[in-house]
Every structure is written in structure tokens, then in C-alpha cells.
Design a protein around this ligand. Structure first.
Ligand code: FMN
Length: 351
């Protein structure tokens, strides 16, 4: 089950409704939690859960216990949004932070005190000073340690969809001239610092990463995605990660979307992810249905298929796929924010 932000955790603390939602979906081989903020600064949307307070850790303990009792496994997707935020969500109303002070053409989601909500323009960010970068890497380490306290089976580092790590990776959002900017090796440094520190903290077998090599989400772009992501894959080989998770094409949109004239070659990227013991699990996502998933596995394009929207509408998706049963339709109006409607009230087969 893909990471899916649902904005139903007021005060950034997972609650009983969230417990029920994840419990219902525990038959997924692996649940990846919704993006979970490592710090208040890492938050870009209202009512998303964090993992930086004791209350949030306790809230997550209830979620992970319920999933484990129902026989499931759950990783925590750790998130720092970088510039994809609004001042009103930041500590002291400060501007959000980014590799460079470039505003994204992107929206944040806010819920007001009267309960109404809106998608609003993200704020102009300020660029991170070098000492702050090491501080954020330490924030990631601390958050990873807390995921174990919270009972998670591991961590998925969110390096996709134009959030902070991706803002460092892609040339359009990173104009730094220090060790964290310029050549692609430098732009990837922040990500590798985080992969290194989290895998040392919780063990590489509990550490995974999500990448979206060509996705334009949140206004990021790179001139040479193939070179960048082949390099990333080759360097990731040195870690013993649980899996590498690739969003193919534009997240939630066209699977064949490309940045630049050349179609992105995912097989080539995978080949550069070279693991001598053959254990490098490759997870793919975006627009998969039953036939496409079966084809990807049969052709050995991937080891794991990750489903997002189908899991929102079908808590018993695994059973339905197994017996080729029809799927419930997704209600687009209840994706972000709200209550049990469109969250925990989707019917199961025979239920
Ligand atoms: C409501 C919603 C929330 C999402 N939240 C996240 C998130 O928190 N983290 C993330 O990496 N991707 C997020 N995504 C992207 C999904 O994980 C997934 O990549 C996308 O839905 C495409 O997969 P699908 O076709 O199986 O739905 C979200 C998508 C949707 C529809």
C-alpha cells in the first residue's frame, strides 16, 4: 500500500480513526504510512501526522499495534516538505526552507480553525545555510529512531514528488554553489547523507527509499534525469536497503510522462542498482491495475507492486486482486481532510 496523505490527524497526532483506517488495510503485504513530518519545519499541509512529539509517537504506537495484531507490516514514510509549505504552518510563521530561495508553483493544503479548508500557494522559501543542513540530517536520524519506538517495521525515506530531498536532487530547485549543489553528485549528497545516517540508526534492512525520476510534482525538473538517477541507483547499491521504490512517470498521472526528449529507461536504472547477492528488491508504483501488475511481475520488471488509490477505495484490495473481483470506485472529494466518510467507510467484499 502506497504512502497516502489523508489530512485526518489534527494536532499532527494519529488518532483512533487513523488506527481503524490502517487496521482495515493490514492485509497489504506492506503498508507504507502517509508522509510523516520529521519536524514542525518539515510540515507542508494541515492535519498531517508527525513523529517529533511524544503524543505522535504514542498515536503511532496504536496504529502499528493494530496493524501487527491484524498480521500486517508497516513502514513509516519520513517527510520534510522543504519549500512546499506555507508560512502559517511553519514555526513562528517563518518562511519554509529549501536548497535555494526559489518559490514553487505548487499548492499547500490548509484547514482553518472554523473547519473549512483550501489549497493555497506555497510561500517563498529561504535557502538553507550549511550548518542547518547538518541539523536537518540529524532531525531525520532522530525521527528514524522514533519510528522504532512507535513500533514501525522500518522507514521509507521520501525522496520523491518535489519535496525537500527531491528539491536538492533536481537542478530546477537547487542552485547552490557549495558541496550540496552544482554537479549531480553534489545534488545527491543530501539524500545519501540521510540514507547513511538512517541506515546506521535503524539498520539498512529496515531502511527504504522512494524516488520519482521524472515526476513534475511540486514544480521540479532536471535536464538529465537518466544520468542523475543512474548515478543514484549505482550508489544506493552500496547500502543493504529493504527496497528501492520507484514512481514511474508523473505521480498519479501519465505513466509515460517524460522530462526531456528521451523516454526514461527504468530498466537501465535498475541495472545500475547492482547487488552482488541479488537481493535488491525493486518496488514500482503509479497507475497499476491487476493486469499491468501481473505483467510487470511476469516480465520481471519489478519485485513488488505498490498500489495507492485502489487501496483508499478497497481496504480488502489484496483479496479482490487474488480472486479478480471488481473494485470500489474512488471518491475524489474525500481524499484530503474530513472524517470517516471516504476514509473508513469503503465496503469490503461480503461485508
Ligand atoms: C490522496 C493521495 C495522497 C498521497 N500522499 C502521498 C504521500 O504522502 N507520499 C507519497 O510519496 N505519495 C503520495 N501520493 C502518491 C501515491 O503514493 C501514488 O504514488 C499515486 O497515487 C500513484 O499510485 P496509484 O496509481 O496506485 O494511486 C498520494 C496520492 C494520493 C492520491
Amino acid at each position: 500500500m502506497a504512502p497516502l496523505m489523508r489530512n485526518r490527524s489534527p494536532n499532527n497526532v494519529p488518532n483512533e480513526l487513523n488506527v481503524e483506517y490502517y487496521r482495515q488495510r493490514a492485509s497489504a503485504g506492506l503498508i507504507i504510512s502517509e508522509a510523516t513530518a520529521i519536524t514542525e519545519q518539515g510540515q507542508g499541509y494541515s492535519n498531517v501526522p508527525g513523529i517529533y512529539t511524544d503524543e505522535a509517537v504514542e498515536g503511532w504506537q496504536n496504529v502499528t499495534r493494530a496493524v501487527h495484531e491484524a498480521g500486517g507490516k508497516i513502514f513509516c514514510q519520513l517527510q520534510h516538505v522543504g519549500r512546499i509549505s506555507h508560512k502559517s504552518l511553519q514555526p513562528f510563521g517563518d518562511p519554509p526552507v529549501a536548497p535555494s530561495a526559489i518559490q514553487a508553483k505548487a499548492k499547500s493544503f490548509v484547514v482553518y480553525s472554523d473547519g473549512t479548508s483550501d489549497f493555497i500557494e506555497t510561500s517563498l522559501p529561504r535557502h538553507l545555510k550549511p550548518f542547518e543542513i547538518s541539523g536537518i540530517i540529524e532531525d531525520y536520524r532522530r525521527a528514524a529512531a522514533r519510528t522504532l519506538e512507535a513500533g514501525f517495521d522500518g522507514v521509507e525515506i521520501h525522496a520523491a514528488n518535489g519535496y525537500l530531498i527531491d528539491q536538492f536532487l533536481r537542478s530546477s530547485s537547487n542552485q547552490r554553489t557549495d558541496l550540496y549543489g552544482g554537479p549531480l553528485e553534489n545534488r545527491a549528497r543530501f539524500m545519501f547523507d540521510i540514507v547513511g545516517c538512517i541506515s546506521r540508526e535503524i539498520g539498512p534492512g529496515r531502511t527504504a527509499i522512494r524516488l520519482s525520476p521524472v515526476a513534475p510534482s511540486n514544480d521540479v525538473h532536471d535536464e538529465r534525469p537518466q544520468a542523475l538517477y543512474n548515478y543514484i541507483a549505482s550508489q544506493l547499491s552500496a547500502y543493504d536497503l529493504a527496497y528501492v521504490h520507484i514512481v514511474e512517470g508523473a505521480t498519479g498521472g501519465d505513466r509515460t510522462y517524460q522530462q526531456g526528449p528521451e523516454p526514461f529507461d527504468y530498466a537501465e536504472m535498475r541495472e545500475t542498482y547492482y547487488r552482488t547477492d541479488g537481493s535488491g528488491a525493486w518496488m514500482v508504483n503509479n497507475g497499476y491495475d491487476r493486469p499491468l501488475a501481473i505483467e510487470a511481475l511476469e516480465k520481471e520488471r519489478a519485485d513488488l507492486i505498490c498500489f495507492g488509490r485502489p487501496f483508499i477505495a478497497n481496504p480488502d484490495l489484496v483479496r479482490r486482486l487474488r480472486i479478480n473481483a471488481p473494485l470500489n470506485a474512488l471518491d475524489q472529494r474525500t481524499l484530503f481532510g474530513g472524517d470517516a466518510k471516504g476514509y473508513t467507510d469503503y465496503p469490503v467484499l461480503g461485508g
